[in-house]
Design a protein around this ligand. Structure first.
Ligand SMILES: [Zn+2]
Length: 192
């Protein structure tokens, strides 16, 4: 699979071919940053764990260069931080037995630049290879701009697919903030 950036990667924990690894995906989470996935989508990760018919994949859209850092990482450069975050995401994929972990490596400013369609193209290409049943991403009322941008890119990618190839469900995940403003009928609580 060819992405816009040569530095993007697909990590397959059990060394299956990339094509097969993507194709087995039933649940996919598309997040802005490393570790967003494990926080907002712990439920599908556990739902797919050790299941023969259900496979979880993660897609991280940004490069992790802007990660906040202190303590152990306080003197790390952006590039060193990027490598740390790639490594921790691969470890999560091993522990969670993901079908695949994709790192698209876009700078945040590209994800938020809607004149640039590269993130939508890459996400659409992945969805075509995966044909997942359920997609999880950030919600459109998230307080972080990059999270909202990833949700919008994901929706654009899904809408670029023929109706018959779209996932059955799309969830916009909220973790930190209350959803009191939302109608109960529109809310799905995750059992974690
Ligand atoms: Zn994030």
């Amino acid at each position: 699979m060819q992405f816009h950036l040569d530095t993007a990667e697909i990590f397959v924990p059990d060394n299956l071919s990339v094509e097969q690894a993507l194709a087995r995906t039933t649940h996919v989470t598309i997040s802005a940053h490393q570790d967003d996935i494990e926080i907002m989508a712990a439920q599908p990760i556990m739902e797919c764990f050790q299941q023969k018919e259900k496979w979880f994949s993660g897609v991280v859209v940004t490069d992790g260069r802007g990660s906040p850092r202190d303590g152990l990482y306080k003197d790390y450069t952006d590039e060193e931080m990027r490598l740390v975050r790639f490594k921790e995401q691969r470890k999560a994929a091993v522990v969670g037995e993901y079908a695949a972990q994709v790192l698209l490596d876009f700078p945040s400013r590209i994800v938020k630049d809607f004149s640039n369609s590269a993130p939508v193209d890459d996400i659409a290409a992945l969805l075509k290879s995966m044909r997942p049943q359920i997609v999880y991403t950030h919600n459109l009322a998230d307080k972080h701009d990059t999270h909202v941008a990833v949700a919008l890119r994901t929706i654009a990618a899904i809408r670029s697919l023929p109706v018959s190839e779209r996932p059955q469900k799309l969830f916009g995940c909220e973790v930190w903030r209350a959803l009191d403003w939302m109608q109960d009928a529109d809310k799905v609580s995750m059992n974690v």
